[in-house]
Design a protein around this ligand. Structure first.
Ligand SMILES: Cc1cc2nc3c(=O)[nH]c(=O)nc-3n(C[C@H](O)[C@H](O)[C@H](O)COP(=O)(O)O)c2cc1C
Length: 180
């Protein structure tokens, strides 16, 4: 698939078939996701792949802040990827001070680029994904026993799409640009 076609046809996929996603397929997606640019090439993101039904169910029941939309997605999901950020490096100077006025913002910036790269690579391989931001990251961290100094930046359920979702609306490009 051409890059532009991949960008154009990607959708947030929230319903999946039962077809399993193999370790090799996930490794391949991450092989591409790791090519995402990062702050000073710090590469502070990593991926935890949750296949344990009980763990997915616990996250579904305890961590989704009552957001039914996400509950329904995890209810049908067999593979949940946790995008994990190692804190205190991206956006920081070596002495521990912030490099810019955006403070910790660059950590989520890098996580966002990685998430999108992950989703595009998955889409190219016929695998659907949805970035989920509505969740309690400290509860997820507790459930999976995440080590100190790391944060779950996003949940990304994945699977073969049950159907192709309709495209969602976008603003007119002219509204988004200002030439100066
Ligand atoms: C940072 C971020 C957080 C998001 N959080 C959620 C979420 O919690 N639940 C969900 O179903 N979709 C979530 N989405 C997906 C958006 O709703 C979706 O990208 C948007 O509606 C456009 O649809 P599309 O991805 O199919 O083009 C999130 C997307 C981003 C980038």
């Amino acid at each position: 698939m051409e890059a532009l076609e991949c960008i154009k046809t990607r959708r947030s996929v929230r319903r999946y078939t039962d077809e399993p996603i193999s370790d090799e397929q996930i490794m391949q997606i991450i092989d591409y996701a790791k090519l995402a640019p990062t702050w000073k090439n710090t590469q502070t993101l990593s991926y935890i792949v949750v296949r344990d039904k009980e763990v997915i169910s616990k996250i579904k029941e305890e961590c989704l802040l009552g957001f039914e939309h996400n509950v329904k997605t995890l209810d049908k999901c067999h593979t949940l990827v946790l995008l994990v950020q190692k804190n205190g490096i991206c956006g920081y100077e070596k002495d521990g001070s912030f490099s810019t006025s955006k403070g910790t913002g660059w950590e989520m910036f890098d996580a966002g680029i990685a998430a999108m790269t992950f989703c595009l690579a998955a889409h190219e391989m016929g695998i659907g994904s949805c970035i989920q931001g509505v969740f309690d990251d400290s509860k997820v961290a507790q459930i999976i026993g995440l080590e100190e100094g790391k944060t779950v930046a996003a949940l990304i359920p994945i699977g073969k799409p049950k159907f192709e979702p309709d495209p969602t609306p976008r603003k007119d490009t002219a509204e988004l640009i200002k030439f100066i």
